[in-house]
Design a protein around this ligand. Structure first.
Ligand code: ADP
Length: 794
């Protein structure tokens, strides 16, 4: 680096450096980057001589090798104050403008440009007018700074101390970021007053732009919504408090709440409400008991999926694949579900009746619900309504209650995290009702597509939109569902499975699933089909497959243990080895093998767990005509037993029974499984048959089962749940079933092979029942009875 102060007369021949995008004024200092070869040579020449160069700006910044015509005529003589050679051959110099000059002759071009110059004298006298112009210029300059022009304070100060008008104009022009052409105009204004004038014009223009900018800004600010402004202020306050070390945890928490509320995308009124609660909380002393209540409330509001739902894709083909993949059979059910989805796809909303799956436990209601959710790409949630007696359980308690919470609906939705889950409500047949209110009305609102877009939870105090939720309810029995609810739902029956279906389900679904869950492979455990049948027949007695699955799991557990203990070979479970894993059979199968007995008839009942086969026992003993009924029978069933007795009394003679039996004998009817309460009229003909058998002294066929209500005159009335009952009969190995004639139409629902294997006889009256139910030997007696009845009719 070389440095030397310059106080020398300026020669009229100078090396020239053309400037690309820079204008230098006298008395001002700029750094200069010199890269072009001729310019570097010029700089070196200057350094060799008196450090003076002519600096003139090019007309076009892009011109690489400007000639005489490519540069402006007027420029500035500058002295090089410092020069620094850079490693890449270029140089950096600090130059100070000395005098304005005009180029009068282009002397040479190589190795550097050399020009002859003529210095320009400047008149710096100040009169009143120039003085005024100078003051205006300085004021405007300061104003520009006020309006946001980045002008350093010392520059402003310096400007106000300049006394020469021309120099002031140069100074101001230099510090405004004008275009190169504009600055050149100032440079070329040789008369100071004119220069002031031009500088002033440019500055004015600049001021106008600045003022416009600030106007626009203030308008934008006005448009900022109130909340934005509040947010802004609050952020500032936070920053200030943090700076002062006063930003405490409470404040941080409030800010966090506000951020979370903003992120929760609630409906506007709810958001307002939430923000109001935050403000209340903010003003409350931290120790106040209510702060906890408000916090919990806010947490609930924030946690709800107000507007976040799973992206749904309804692709019927894919949906069908999922349903088929997850479940064996259930064709009708699956079809109905696909129809439902198709309508949903066309109408684009979840209106329409709610699906209600009715069927015994373990028939796949829940798992089908899960599959529906999976096929739609939605979340699945489940909630049991069993034992819900209080409306508040559905709708929540008002916040004034201690420990109040939202109702179960809102809780479940919150848990799901999306506002369009598949929502399964189990046991809708077990909703109760008492003095605390009727949950049914709340459920009605939830399940009604017209109302549930603004579901009111007492705790939230804000409506929540449930209209995107796909509700599915389940029940074991249809009858106990309150009629108002039943009307709103489309019932889909799950009938229960036959033995063959269970075998398929076990083989294709349950066994692979349980093997997987127990870390086993088919290479380690094989359960033979016969073993599965044996489990179905003798170890489980159910309509669904829940216990079957549990039993398979039990086998898997034992095998898993063996494997861990080092057993290397494959375990094969057969019907014969089954007892090693499961113990002795729990149920007997094949009732046909059992003895026909006097006073024991086979009935078909319908319970929550599907259909079942029961044996009703009747005995007579010496007495006075008392009727004893045992086995926890409900009122309807007791009355039905009395009707059976009355029928037999009226038909005693025809049946060959002592007509006075009611005075000499006591009757006892017992319905086993004594611990389980039973009710309903459908055992009527079964009880009558057991009684008649006992009184006549003639055994009843064990392989024949029956169901039907009895009237005093012996008519057989229709009953419910026929399909489940017949499936149970088939399961139990019954050969013949007597059913009320009016139930014939229900047979359509029965799987064909069950119809083939089971002899189903429709009957209208007890007179048709007894000849079929009692064993062959007794039939002569009964024929007589039938004949006499026929004659009595005439
Ligand atoms: P529910 O809800 O009706 O009481 P679940 O849905 O809990 O019955 O079913 C019990 C088990 O039986 C589940 O593991 C389910 O996957 C299985 N299951 C029931 N039906 C079928 C079927 N048709 N195909 C395959 N698995 C089934």
């Amino acid at each position: 680096m070389s440095e030397r102060s310059v106080v020398a007369p300026i020669p009229d021949v100078l090396p020239l450096i053309p400037l690309r995008d820079l204008i230098l004024f006298p008395n001002l200092v700029v750094p200069l980057f010199v890269g072009r070869e001729r310019s570097i040579n010029a700089l070196e020449e200057a350094m060799r001589e008196d450090h003076l160069v002519a600096l003139v700006t090019q007309k076009e910044a892009e011109e690489p090798d400007p000639g005489a015509e490519d540069i402006y005529e007027i420029g500035c003589v500058a002295s090089v104050m410092q020069e620094l050679k850079l490693p890449d051959g270029t140089a950096k110099a600090l130059v100070e403008g000395q005098r304005r000059m005009r180029i009068v002759e282009w002397i040479q071009s190589e190795p550097y440009v050399q020009v002859r110059v003529e210095l320009i004298d400047e008149d710096e006298t100040v009169d009143v007018e120039t003085e005024a112009m100078m003051r205006t210029l300085i004021t405007d300059f300061e104003r520009a700074s006020d309006l946001g022009k980045p002008i350093p304070q010392e520059v402003l100060m310096a400007a106000s101390t300049i006394e020469e008008p021309g120099r002031l104009a140069d100074f101001v022009a230099f510090h405004l970021n004008l275009r190169v052409e504009d600055k050149q105009q100032i440079l070329e204004a040789l008369e100071p007053r004119e220069r002031l004038d031009r500088a002033s014009t440019f500055l004015r223009k600049e001021l106008e732009i600045l003022e416009l900018g600030s106007k626009i800004q203030s308008r934008v600010k006005e448009q900022m919504t109130k909340t934005q402004r509040e947010y802004f202020l609050r952020e500032q306050l936070k920053a200030i408090q943090q700076e002062l070390g006063q930003y405490d945890e409470v404040q941080a928490e409030m800010d966090e709440y506000r951020e979370k509320i903003a992120a929760a995308t609630m409906p506007e009124d709810v958001e307002e409400k939430a923000l109001k609660e935050v403000s209340r909380l903010e003003k409350m002393p931290a120790a106040a008991a209510e702060t906890g209540v408000i916090r919990t409330y806010l947490d609930w509001l924030i946690g709800l999926p107000w507007s976040s739902g799973s992206d749904e894709v309804i692709d019927l083909k894919a949906a069908q694949e999922v349903l088929d993949h997850d479940h064996y059979g259930l064709e009708k059910v699956k079809e109905r579900i696909l129809e439902y989805l198709a309508v949903h796809k066309l109408t684009d909303h979840m209106r329409g009746p709610i699906l209600c799956f009715v069927g015994p436990p373990g028939v796949g209601k829940t798992s089908l619900g899960k599959s529906i959710a999976r096929s739609l790409g939605r979340e699945f949630i489940r909630m049991s309504l069993g034992g819900v007696r209080d409306e508040a359980e559905i709708r929540g308690h008002r916040r004034t209650y201690v420990g109040a919470l939202p109702g179960r609906i809102i809780q479940s939705i919150s848990q799901a995290g999306t506002n369009n889950p598949v929502f399964m409500m189990d046991e809708i047949d077990k909703v109760g009702m008492d003095f605390r209110g009727d949950p049914t009305s709340a459920l009605l609102e939830v399940l009604d597509p017209e109302q549930n877009n603004a579901f009111q939870d007492h705790y939230l105090e804000a409506p929540f939109d449930l209209s995107n939720v796909m509700f599915i309810t389940t029940a074991n029995l249809l009858d106990p569902i309150p009629p108002a609810l039943r009307d709103r739902m489309e019932v889909i029956h799950f009938p229960g499975y036959t033995e063959d279906e269970k075998l398929h389900i076990a083989r294709q679904y349950l066994i692979p699933k349980q093997l997987g869950e127990h870390g086993l492979t088919p290479g380690k455990l094989d359960i033979a089909d016969e073993a599965v049948r044996e489990i179905v027949r003798r170890y489980t007695r159910e309509a669904g497959v829940r216990n079957l699955e549990r039993t398979i799991a039990m086998i898997c557990r034992q095998v898993a243990r063996k494997v861990v203990e080092g057993y290397k070979r494959k375990t094969s479970v057969t019907a014969r080895t089954l007892h090693k894993y499961l113990g002795p059979p729990k149920f007997s199968y094949g009732l046909a093998e059992e003895q026909d007995e006097v006073g024991v008839s086979t009935g078909l009942v319908w319970t929550e767990v599907g259909g079942d086969v029961i044996f009703i026992e009747a005995t007579k003993m010496k007495g006075t005509g008392k009727l004893t009924l045992t086995g926890q029978l409900g009122d309807v069933m007791k009355e039905s037993a009395q009707a059976a007795v009355s029928y037999i009394r009226t038909r005693a003679k025809d049946l060959g029974i002592d007509e006075d039996f009611n005075e000499k004998l006591d009757m006892h009817i017992h319905v086993p499984a004594a611990a389980i309460p039973k009710d309903g009229p459908s055992a009527g003909i079964t009880m009558a048959t057991a009684l008649a058998s006992s009184l006549i002294g003639c055994p009843v066929r064990r392989d024949l089962a029956m169901t039907g209500e009895i009237t005093l005159r012996g008519r057989v009335l229709p009953i419910g749940g026929l399909k489940e009952k017949l499936l149970a009969a088939h399961r139990a190995g019954i050969k013949t079933a007597l059913i009320p004639k009016d139930n014939l139409r229900d047979l359509d629902l029965l799987p064909p092979h069950v119809r083939d294997e089971l002899e189903i006889i429709p009957v209208e009256s007890m007179d048709e029942v007894l000849p079929r139910a009692l064993v062959k030997d007794c039939r002569p007696v009964l024929k007589k009875a039938a004949r006499s009845k026929g004659s009595s009719k005439k």
